[in-house]
Ligand binder design. Structure first.
Ligand code: GDP
Length: 596
């Protein structure tokens, strides 16, 4: 059965193309806001870091009414997937509104999310926004969007999508540029007509898949999801289950149930199929859980949440150099804040370490962790972080596995050569290359996660800020060691095996190289002149302490870490035969070209 009185849509837009303004307008015009009541600026994404970075991390729900229909509008995260988040959010909806600036045109950043939407067979409404801009070029932009949809393998039905011309700022949209703009009604009408009403079986057992988690200090964890089948009601007993974790099975009673109204949640007694609901009072509720019928529980299958691949240590900062007075500085503060983050972020792990002042925080890539770090610093937390390290695994036979990522890169053509070179230095292998509708080059690589560490900044610099980098976890694959050299000043920094960490610091004296915290590293010595020699002596050692690599001298590093012999077998894994010069009980000498 179809719920004709509900529509569930997600909104996809590049940052600044007008998503917030558009939703504001829909809210105003749907009558959710009383006349003359000022709508808060930036209702959709209040998180300013997201804005600066051009990504929206928290998915938010808004609901508006048009005539007798409730339209749930769900914000989509605009970034590379942090653990299946995009797909989860899109699973709640039957269609998407793609908002595109009438001047800037389709931006590659939205491709990732749009692609997922198309793969999930969602209907698309294209809203060409900012049509009031003097330099607006709507017809060209429509062509660009169509090309983008074709690039992304949209179905014929998806290609046959409605286009609207809007000025979210002025509060109107039209289906034809010759129409006289009045208000947002054409958009509301298009949503009703074009986005299918949600379907489900109201007589079947309850199934509510939890797609996102909100957290509120007062009520704790709040699960948000769509009622797929049956109904859900206050005082109802349901079975909390998880498709990927059969051991999780618990009978719980619904104590508080909400639906979205405008920007708020309002308590309701009952909700039926197609409704997007929020449920509080179940502390053990997690993303991916299904609230099921007690008699006949059937959890909904779900894309597995990808595991963390990168870890960093967060430490209480006792350095006198830290300068500013932070508000929250004790390890208890730090721990509490990190634990709180776990409530809403499923792809994050936080572990205690041997030191009470240090926590191991693991996530889905450097960007994921750096957003958390920035958020915390803005809130006033003072802490130090270690460099990112990759999380390795072993297979059944004990062989080392490392996480591989897929990197999707869009760059203006003139930078593609540089990017390909940089990616291959980092062990990326090119999987595909195409020219996008906007003339940019799209590159797809498979690359070890370790190769991406520290890459984002370098990438932005070398593409003069014009490149776009999205990554998503691919799989764990057998570890393949490698050694790379990079010139740094007159010295050579090299990166070897597990210790690959970009941004190594070449020490001042003697060309000794080292890296920091708790990783196995290869300390090497350049033999020869001006760092140009091609022989390098390697000593394998393991650093024990977190040292400030900026201030430690090379000698300090070596003192901390007595060199250890690398077994021949281990060594050979990393070195090609023709590079090998000599093996002694404590070192190997290899020859390798210096990469510029
Ligand atoms: P978001 O990042 O996609 O949420 O974009 P915002 O809604 O915050 O809009 C970004 C900027 O574009 C703001 O300065 C808006 O005032 C402006 N803007 C939004 N819609 C329109 C429009 O239809 N016409 C014009 N000229 N500016 C708009």
């Amino acid at each position: 059965i179809k719920r004709e009185d509900i529509r569930n849509v997600a909104i996809i837009a590049h940052v600044d193309h007008g998503k917030t303004t558009l939703v504001d307008q829909l809210l105003r015009q749907s009558g959710v806001f009383r006349a003359n009541q000022e709508v808060q600026e930036r209702v959709m994404d209040s998180n300013d870091i997201e804005r600066e970075r051009g990504i929206t991390i928290l998915s938010k729900n808004t609901a508006v009414y048009y005539k007798d229909t409730k339209i749930n509008i769900i914000d989509t995260p605009g970034h590379a997937d942090f653990g299946g988040e995009v797909e989860r959010v899109l699973k709640m909806v039957d269609g998407v509104i793609l908002v595109v600036d009438a001047f800037e045109g389709a931006m590659p950043q939205t491709k990732f999310v749009l692609k997922k939407a198309l793969e999930l067979d969602l209907h698309v409404i294209v809203c060409i926004n900012k049509i009031d801009r003097p330099e607006a070029r709507p017809d060209e932009v429509i062509d660009e969007v169509l090309e983008l949809l074709m690039d992304l393998d949209a179905s014929d039905e998806q290609l046959d999508c409605p286009f609207l011309y809007a000025s979210a700022k002025a509060g109107h949209a039209v289906l034809d540029l010759n129409d006289t703009p009045e208000n947002m009604e054409p958009l509301f009408e298009t949503i009703l007509k074009y986005i299918p009403a949600p379907e489900g079986d109201p007589e079947a057992g309850t199934q509510v898949l939890i797609s996102t988690i909100d957290y509120n200090e007062y009520v704790g964890r709040i699960g948000v999801g769509k009622v797929d089948n049956g109904k859900i009601a206050v005082n109802q007993e349901v079975m909390l289950m998880n498709h990927h974790d059969p051991s999780k099975k618990k009978k719980v009673k619904i104590s508080k149930l909400y639906e979205f109204e405008g920007l708020n949640k309002v308590e309701v007694q009952e909700a039926g199929i197609g409704s997007i609901v929020a449920i509080s009072g179940i502390p053990e509720i997690h993303i991916g859980d299904t609230l099921c019928d007690v008699e006949n529980p059937e959890p909904i299958p779900f894309q597995k949440i990808s595991e963390p691949t990168i870890a960093m240590h967060f430490m209480v900062n006792d350095s006198p150099l830290a300068g500013q007075e932070g508000k929250f500085v004790t390890s208890r503060h730090l721990r509490e804040r990190l634990m709180r983050e776990l409530n809403t972020d499923v792809s994050l792990r936080v572990e205690d370490t041997d030191s009470p002042d240090c926590f191991k925080v693991s996530g889905r890539g450097e960007l994921h962790l750096s957003v958390l770090i920035e958020n915390m610093r803005r809130e006033g937390y003072e802490f130090a972080v270690s460099k990112a390290e990759v999380l390795y695994k072993e297979d059944e036979r004990g062989k080392l596995l490392e996480p591989m990522e897929l990197a999707y890169i869009d760059v203006p053509e003139e930078f593609s050569g540089t990017v390909i070179q940089k990616m291959s230095e980092r062990k990326g292998s090119l999987q595909g290359m195409s020219t996008g509708s906007d003339g940019s080059t799209r590159l797809e690589f498979e690359i070890p996660a370790r190769g991406l560490i520290g890459f984002r900044g370098e990438f932005m610099t070398s593409t003069k800020g014009t490149g776009i980098l999205n990554t998503s976890f691919d799989d764990y694959a057998p570890y393949k060691g490698d050694i790379q050299y990079r010139k740094q000043g007159s010295l050579i920094a090299f990166e070897a095996g597990e210790s690959v960490t970009y941004g190594l610091f070449a020490a001042q004296e003697r060309g000794t190289l080292f890296i920091g915290p708790g990783e196995r590293v290869y300390a090497g010595m350049v033999i020869g002149q001006n760092g140009k020699a091609e022989d390098i002596e390697l000593n394998v050692c393991k650093t024990k302490h977190l040292t400030n690599t900026r201030s430690s001298s090379a000698d300090d590093a070596l003192k901390l870490t007595p060199p250890k012999v690398l077994s021949l077998e281990q060594a050979l894994e990393f070195i090609d035969n023709d590079e090998l010069l000599e093996i002694t009980p404590t070192s190997l000498r290899i020859r390798k070209k210096i990469l510029d």
